[in-house]
Design a protein around this ligand. Structure first.
Ligand SMILES: Cc1cn([C@H]2C[C@H](O)[C@@H](COP(=O)(O)OP(=O)(O)OP(=O)(O)O)O2)c(=O)[nH]c1=O
Length: 253
């Protein structure tokens, strides 16, 4: 018979490790003012998107790869700062822009950014953001098997997105989820595209624009979550953190 799953309270989790080099994600996590300290430690991973992956699978797999690379590095003692080896959660995310069937990641050049913006002009696209919360005391076997989560039951959260929960020895080990939003651009002139690229804003962003910056002037309509487009859906993250007993409302209840 299956034993009751361990439930977490805030006293179990002492730190959140943000496995991201994105200044936006750091900003967004800070908005939640969580009752645990947040440190940042990221490892570069291969962000190649396999042609067989659907967009939701791509953002989940890449988020998982980012979280697990950090878990492995901490296990190997490679973290630059003192990080806990237990009672911590690793948070990773990945964002892609999808136009019809084409996945548009970060641009590799100014011309690539211009080509992407021409494609997005006057049309709607989808933005997928994957989120992973990984308990740091992750089992070695799980670290080395990235496709196990495919078989986990899906917990739907309506418009917020969905997640799957991975247990190991009746402990909650990892939550993997994603959200999807729809963005409609106005028609862009070539002059606007070139001027926007000269601002420098598009160059480190999926889809070559920033919803939170000057790119906002190109957006006619958003269906979904603004923060998800910016790189971290806080509504989905909140639901995932609750499963680990961490809530921004901890000291307010
Ligand atoms: C669409 C969009 C993306 N972005 C950003 C969010 C992400 O930082 C980036 C997508 O690239 P990612 O590969 O998801 O993230 P990253 O490489 O910047 O950071 P890390 O992998 O270390 O976490 O695009 C915006 O800031 N605004 C937007 O409107």
């Amino acid at each position: 018979m299956r034993k009751a799953t361990q439930t977490y309270t805030s006293s179990h989790i002492h730190q959140l490790i943000l496995a991201s080099s994105s200044p936006r994600r750091k900003e967004l996590v800070a908005l939640l003012d969580l009752p645990v300290p947040v440190s940042v430690f990221s490892i570069d991973v291969d962000e190649h998107i396999h042609s067989a992956w659907q967009p939701d699978e791509a953002v989940e797999q890449l988020s998982l790869a980012k979280a697990r690379a950090v878990a492995q590095a901490i296990k190997n003692g490679e973290a630059p700062q003192a990080l806990p080896s237990n009672n911590a959660l690793i948070l990773a995310a990945d964002t892609i822009v999808v136009l019809e069937d084409q996945i548009l990641g970060k641009p590799i050049s100014h011309e690539d950014a211009a080509a992407t913006l021409r494609k997005l002009s006057g049309r709607s696209h989808h933005v997928y953001t994957g989120v992973v919360l990984q308990h740091i005391a992750v089992d070695e076997n799980i670290l080395n098997h990235s496709d196990d989560h495919d078989r986990l039951p899906i917990i739907p959260l309506g418009d917020i997105g969905q997640y799957r929960i991975q247990h190991h020895n009746d402990s909650l080990e990892c939550i993997i989820g994603y959200s999807c939003s729809k963005v409609t651009f106005k028609s862009l002139s070539e002059e606007e595209i070139q001027a926007y690229i000269r601002t420098g804003e598009p160059l480190d962003k999926a889809g070559s624009y920033g919803v939170q910056g000057i790119g906002s002037v190109f957006i006619e309509r958003i269906e979904g979550d603004f923060y998800s487009i910016m790189g971290l859906p806080l509504n989905l993250l909140y639901q995932m953190l609750l499963k680990f007993g961490v809530s921004p409302f901890d000291s307010y209840y």
